[in-house]
Design a protein. Structure first.
Length: 116
């Protein structure tokens, strides 16, 4: 069996929760939490596609693939490897400019180039 560090760099299960989209002074803004303790992500005044937005832990970044943010790609740098996974967030809200996540969204992050 491979050492734990090697196994960890091959794939990683991540869940996104508390995803919120809203417009702030006419500019789009998204924020969400990851199932990794204490990691939150945020972007405002982004463009679509938008690349390289940061999270509270620098090893995590994300790309926004759709205007209201529910389609995104998350990256995680682990032991010199880059893992990535795509997410689709189910959204609901009182108006199209204020949307909250329904449930959670999970994905398996795999090494870049494998399945992306």
């Amino acid at each position: 069996m491979a050492p734990a560090a090697v196994v960890a760099a091959t794939s990683e299960n991540i869940t996104i929760s508390d995803f919120v989209y809203h417009k702030n002074n006419g500019f789009p803004q998204v924020e969400f939490n990851l199932s990794v303790n204490g990691v939150s992500c945020y972007a405002e005044k982004y463009t679509v596609p938008g690349e390289g937005y940061g999270c509270s832990v620098p090893e995590f970044t994300f790309d926004i693939l759709e205007e209201q943010g529910p389609d995104l790609r998350l990256y995680h740098e682990v032991d010199g490897a880059t893992l990535a996974g795509d997410f689709h967030i189910l959204m609901n809200g009182p108006v199209p400019t204020i949307l909250d996540q329904v449930g959670t969204s999970s994905s398996v992050l795999t090494p870049v180039g494998e399945g992306q």
